[in-house]
Design a protein around this ligand. Sequence first.
Ligand code: NAD
Ligand code: LMR
Length: 323
Amino acid sequence: MADPVRIAVTGAAGQIGYALLFRIASGAMLGNDRPIELSLLEIPPAMDALRGVVMEVEDCAFPLVRKVVTTDQPEVAFEGVDIAMLVGSRPRGPGMERNDLLEANGAIFTEQGKALNDHAAKHVKVLVVGNPANTNCLIAQHNAPDLDPANFSAMTKLDHNRAIAQLSQKVGGAVEDIDGLAIWGNHSSTMFPDLLGATVNGQSALEIVSQAWYEDEYIPAIQQRGAAIIAARGSSSAASAANAAVEHVREWVAGTDSVTSMGIYSSGQYGTAEGLIFSYPVTVNEGTPKVVENRELNDFAQGKIEATEAELIEERDAVAHLL
Ligand code: NAD
Ligand code: LMR
């Protein structure tokens, strides 16, 4: 068997953590032939709860799990890690936008960026889930100047999956019939779910659904899906977020020829401001996401992309003191 992969998960005793650890440990993320070591970070008041979660991990007797470390020190948690999944942070409640969390969560990603810089493996792949995910990712990336910015990504895979599921329900087709769909920009209510490049069984999605449904129902539904779940459940999405995190890392490590969505360091593709963590349509080859080129963007799409870019620039300005 191959050498173990060391995976840090922050906020491991939280809701997403509880849905995530068992998927990782079962092999769903890196495969059934990949042993793993888990390095779990929490804050002191949650260490007891974390101990309970670890007891449950032990009780599963997962063959792939070689070691579990728990700590409240980021520098211990990130020592030598190959993958870091940054989940730990405050979730929003009803009536809040995700960027209302900037102040509360920004400090966490400053500290963790520094600890990743000094302690993680230089090839570490860092996925930020904690909200506001794109800007938290930007903060962590800026605080890790010795790491390649391409090592950092923010999660928009949940939005991507939501967009596929809602389209498949509308057209009455199977999820696997849908191809080419993507989320652009921020994991927020300005995100742009793009059907221009999407197909259903090879036919353009926008030939099947009406423009009115696309603009007035579909886009707002995807943008507001997180809030709808909070309103219904009383707390934010957890199992679907954990599933998306597993898929994001799996595709990042194993590669994918199918178009997916990832918030990645922008080098100005499609005219967006360089240095933002921006969600693009990507494929992944040998561990490197590549933005899909030559997407046709009409004025409508361009306007939506500019709006979500403007919000990311505003968020970046609001945390300038942390960068
Ligand atoms: P939760 O409150 O259930 O769990 C968060 C955990 O993080 C808690 O156990 C808490 O003790 C821990 N924590 C807080 N500060 C920490 C720190 N400095 N270091 C380590 N751990 C720390 O919340 P949750 O439902 O698991 O959500 C976690 C985050 O993920 C929230 O910000 C939420 O908004 C976000 N989220 C993002 C997406 C996405 O698509 N990007 C989807 C769902 C949720
Ligand atoms: C989601 O999209 O479900 C999460 O980002 C939680 C939230 O605050 O919407």
